[in-house]
Design a protein around this ligand. Structure first.
Ligand SMILES: Nc1ncnc2c1ncn2[C@@H]1O[C@H](COP(=O)(O)OP(=O)(O)OP(=O)(O)O)[C@@H](O)[C@H]1O
Length: 256
């Protein structure tokens, strides 16, 4: 892992019209790391993720990608930056009327000049990476929730992004399927050198995969802790953070 900063927020405030969601957010995501956005329900995790994909403009502060001020860039330049982003939404967000292969091919067909043969080979590669080679001609309704998540991941990888965003990737998955998805996320970091931002409530997954993170507080509407999940668990003295990060131990589970 190098020390280069890939994504940075500096003094960012996020709001929907007059409704303040979070203020004073400063963070850095290092290249080739997995960064977790943590906090209780409704504190603004997905909203923060949205702002880091360029879907929500901060009301104050700066969002930069490899040092480049995202919102100061021209729309054309922002498009170029956006092509570096791959996003996996909670549901997998597949088109229900298309096969998995067609779903993964769609971004390439819409946004590149690649020949159909090349696209087909790329689709096979992406589906192979997530272990779904055999499912290329199946419809989303014919596969399980875990498979849909993996297909969504294959589609997120369609344009070879180097920065990936995951919103609750393990939500609704059983622990084994969830651990398999974690393996894939770790492969993306370790095998492809991807930079990854993840919103998750799943403590086993967070402890296993995240290198760094931020903890948002709903009441004060500002971040109250920075660090990896394990650092927050072991060293953070804030009672709310401590309670959140040790929830699992109280349930009798043992994590590193
Ligand atoms: N488009 C919107 N317009 C107005 N308010 C919104 C919008 N999207 C989200 N909110 C509000 O922003 C707040 C934060 O929502 P967000 O989904 O970011 O929280 P979260 O931490 O991801 O929650 P959860 O863990 O429950 O998914 C909530 O009060 C939500 O109602």
């Amino acid at each position: 892992m190098t020390e280069e900063t890939m994504l940075a927020l500096d003094g960012v405030t996020l709001a929907f019209g007059p409704k303040l969601i979070q203020r004073d957010i400063s963070l850095e995501v290092r290249r080739g790391s997995i960064f977790a956005i943590m906090g209780g329900s409704g504190c603004g995790k997905s909203t923060l993720l949205k702002s880091m994909i360029g879907l929500l403009r901060p009301t104050t502060g700066r969002f930069s990608v490899q040092g480049e001020d995202y919102w100061a860039a021209t729309p054309a330049r922002r498009d170029v930056i956006n092509h570096r982003f791959g996003v996996l939404f909670q549901s997998g967000a597949l088109w229900s009327s298309m096969t998995l292969g067609e779903n993964v091919a769609l971004p390439m067909q819409m946004l590149t000049q690649l020949a159909p043969d090349t696209i087909r080979r790329m689709v096979e590669l992406k589906l192979g990476f997530v272990g779904l080679s055999e499912a290329i001609d199946l419809m989303p309704s014919e596969i399980s929730g875990g498979m849909r998540k993996r297909a969504g991941l294959a589609r997120a990888l369609s344009l070879d992004p180097d920065i990936l965003f995951f919103d609750e990737p393990s939500a609704g998955l059983d622990p084994i399927t969830s651990a398999r998805l974690d393996d894939l996320i770790l492969n993306l970091r370790d095998g492809l050198g991807a930079t990854i931002v993840i919103v998750s409530h799943e403590l086993p997954s967070l402890f296993r995969i995240a290198d760094a993170g931020i903890f948002l507080d709903a009441r004060s509407k500002t971040p109250i802790a920075h660090g990896s999940p394990a650092q927050l668990r072991d060293h953070c003295t804030d009672p709310q953070v401590h309670a959140f990060m040790t929830r699992e131990r109280e349930q009798g589970d043992n994590n590193p």
